[in-house]
Design a protein around this ligand. Structure first.
Ligand code: HEC
Length: 178
């Protein structure tokens, strides 16, 4: 074994030691600032349960942005992106149904099929044939499906709409008339 190999080895050992020391220092700093800021009860507990986002969490995180982005894609005539978002929106709905099979004893997947199956297939064919007018109708029906489910599941306060401008929200935040 030549000298070069030995010194290279030694160098890498020194390096590894330094890296470990740095990691330990960062670890200690993080732990102490964490405890200082939040008190000892904030330390991770061995009984911590896995975080399961609620249906509402998932609606805001995985459904609402894709509903908005889908429209944007069609307005830009970016049909490849529209197809991509439509598929991901569908997948996100299916995953919610698997994580939360029921909401107040109503089956989420059954409700989903009954309000969304038709608009999703209209959407797919409009996108496939790059048909702007067909897309507009399918998107309005899809948005109607959002509201049908919200109303059926007693969450009519959440009113979804077709956004009217580039930066407009897809949610109508004006209070409903009594
Ligand atoms: C199959 C039923 C169903 C469909 C379809 C559906 N939703 Fe929902 N959505 C729910 C339920 C249930 C809640 C309320 C959950 C709760 O608060 O416990 C909800 C809540 C929401 C919320 C409010 C979340 C919050 O915390 O403020 C938004 C936003 C939302 N949905 C967007 C949409 C959009 C956009 C669509 C259509 C692309 C859609 N939803 C389609 C069932 C559905």
């Amino acid at each position: 074994m030549g000298r070069r190999t030995i010194s290279a080895r030694r160098r890498s050992t020194v390096l590894a030691t330094l890296v470990l020391a740095a990691a330990a220092i960062v670890g200690i700093a993080l732990t102490s600032s964490y405890t200082d800021a939040a008190g000892p009860e904030a330390a991770p507990s061995p009984q911590a349960t896995p975080y399961l986002p609620s249906i509402a969490d998932l609606m805001i995180a995985t459904i609402q942005p894709r509903h908005r982005r889908l429209l944007q894609a069609a307005q830009d005539k970016d049909w490849a992106f529209a197809a991509y978002e439509a598929k991901n929106l569908r997948g996100a709905f299916d995953r919610i149904g698997r994580a939360h099979p029921t909401d107040h004893d109503v089956s989420f997947p059954d409700m989903l099929t009954s309000v969304m199956e038709q608009p999703f297939s209209e959407l797919d064919s409009a996108i496939r044939s790059k048909d702007g007018a067909g897309f507009a109708k399918a998107y309005a029906d899809l948005t109607g499906g959002c509201n049908s489910c919200h109303q059926a599941m007693n969450h009519g306060a959440v009113a979804i709409r077709v956004p009217s401008g580039v930066s407009a929200s897809d949610q109508d935040f004006s209070p409903a008339q009594p």
